[in-house]
Ligand binder design. Structure first.
Ligand SMILES: [Zn+2]
Length: 357
């Protein structure tokens, strides 16, 4: 029997449950990191650096790489980022657990949503709940040494960016005030932007939560294989932000009990189906094709990369072409959005500069 159902409710349910979980576990850490970057010692060092820059300008001098105030700023930035790392690390247990709890609720909710009452009752009665500790063991990404490398990379990348920017200022003979302003902008974010340190911390925590959730879903599906179809359906949260790879993969079948592969911040999951009650889920390609052309062009991936849109419009690439597999040391197999040059090689060149308007 086939159960047609509106996809919209399904996506809303997933989004709501996941966002609730993330906000609960990560918001205090993100706030603390924001405070670290915006107040206290780092703020004092930035102010001192700006005063020093003003003094140098007045004296008609350049800022030099070995300037004592600049060095003090870098030392404090490094310490602050180390504190941030400790904050992220302290939140990992709750984030992982949160992913597992969300997986338990969501996997069952998605399986039963829209089915007749008596089927829902039967599934609820037969649903296996594996030991949460066993599931938590499956989703523990943080005991791997690669996790520490990832956190170290968080610090190193940030320092490197700030260093590069300072160097760029020296090489290009910037006014010292401009250099100081740029360093503040990089560490704290400008125009209400969150600042790279905070943004990266959010990406790490979000990906940890979502990856734990996806492995958890796979574990709950596997534990209930006796009442489920042998294949689950991959679903994306289809909106303006969804990348082209995730649009292309939405609605495709994956083996039951296999975690969905996704990228950093990826929002895809899978829906298992009760045996005998297969769902008809519109594919991502069908969803996209049904959008008005003006709206298609606004899809963030196309809007940010007009040459991609030009190649797509010309029929030179299909949505499927944007699916690229990758392996991450912490999160394992991932799926990314391929670049146009990755797909077309030199052939991508003819689209550069096209696709606007
Ligand atoms: Zn995606």
């Amino acid at each position: 029997m086939t159960m047609p159902r509106p996809d919209e409710t399904l996506r809303d349910t997933v989004t709501r449950l996941l966002d609730d979980g993330y906000t609960g576990a990560a918001s205090s850490v993100v706030r603390a990191i924001g405070n670290n970057m915006n107040s206290g010692l780092l703020e004092m060092r930035l102010k001192q650096l700006e005063e020093e820059a003003a003094r140098l300008v007045e004296a008609g001098q350049q800022m030099r790489p070995d300037n004592a105030y600049l060095t003090a700023f870098f030392d404090t930035l490094e310490d602050t980022l180390k504190d941030n790392r400790a904050l992220i690390n302290a939140a990992t247990g709750e984030l992982g657990q949160n992913g597992v709890v969300a997986a338990e609720t969501i996997s069952l909710r998605l399986v039963t949503e829209g089915l007749p009452q008596q089927v829902v009752a039967a599934v609820n009665g037969q649903w296996n709940r594996p030991d949460p500790n066993a599931v938590a063991g499956l989703v523990d990404f943080t005991s791997d040494p690669a996790w520490n490398d990832l956190l170290k990379g968080y610090t190193d990348r940030m320092i490197e960016r700030v260093n590069d920017r300072a160097l760029f200022g020296f090489v290009n003979g910037w006014n010292p005030l401009r250099t100081a302003r740029e360093l503040r902008k990089l560490t704290q974010g400008a125009d209400g932007s969150p600042g790279l340190a905070k943004f990266e911390a959010e990406t790490i925590m979000r990906t940890l939560q979502l990856s734990s959730y996806r492995r958890g879903v796979a574990a709950y599906q596997a534990a209930n294989a006796q009442i489920l179809e042998p294949e689950a359906v991959r679903i994306a949260v289809l909106d303006m932000r969804t990348c082209l790879a995730c649009v292309a993969l939405h609605g495709k079948r994956i083996p039951l009990g296999e975690p969905v592969r996704d990228h950093w911040n990826g929002r895809c999951t899978s829906v298992a189906m009760v045996r005998g009650y297969e769902r008809q889920i519109q594919t991502g390609e069908e969803w996209f094709n049904a959008l008005p052309e003006g709206r298609q062009q606004q899809q963030r991936a196309f809007n940010n990369n007009p040459s991609y849109w030009a190649a797509y419009r010309a029929g030179d690439v299909r949505l499927d072409d944007f699916v690229e597999e990758a392996t991450d040391p912490v999160f394992g197999e991932m799926v990314m959005q391929a670049s146009l040059s990755g797909i077309l090689g030199d052939g991508a060149r003819r689209y550069y500069g096209q696709g606007r308007g």
